[in-house]
Design a protein around this ligand. Sequence first.
Ligand code: HEM
Length: 146
Amino acid sequence: MRWGVILPMGVPHQATSDEVHKGYHIPQGALVMANSWSILHNSEIYPDPEVFRPERCFGDGCKDYSDFAFGYGRRVCPGRWFATEAVWAAIVSILASFDIVSSMDEQGKLKPVTVDCTAGAVSIPVPFDFDLRVRSPSMKELLAGL
Ligand code: HEM
């Protein structure tokens, strides 16, 4: 949600009245794009912003990514609580069921994993190779019954 922002520039908003922000005149009707990616990669708020370090948000003092990742104002994403819980449920289910490991090349060496996301209105991870291994016989049995 912070590290690989799904909607890096949010969605377009429009000024409903003339505004002045930090000396800039924003006329009524102007299209306004909020740069969520920049906010969520601000090193003053999130030191080493390019590093995936979830523990940065353990305990107090972490600026909550959800203030930015889900948009702004009256049109803020109404699905944000559901989305947060659904992503959490998906991640813990996958981690409980599988070991996720780098895949091997023809020589049996681990392939390096490149971490990158696409550029554009919607940003998603670029494809990468990996192997999923079921973590236990009981989990294998459970999954086979689905
Ligand atoms: C990780 C998942 C999600 C992300 C990152 C996300 C992000 C966003 C963002 C940035 C906006 C634009 C808000 C703005 O105008 O500033 C938005 C709008 C919206 N989202 Fe989500 N969203 C997610 C999941 C969901 C889910 C699960 C639902 C429904 C169950 C949902 C329903 C909506 C709707 C209906 C709007 C339009 C609200 C409006 O314009 O009045 N979203 N979302």
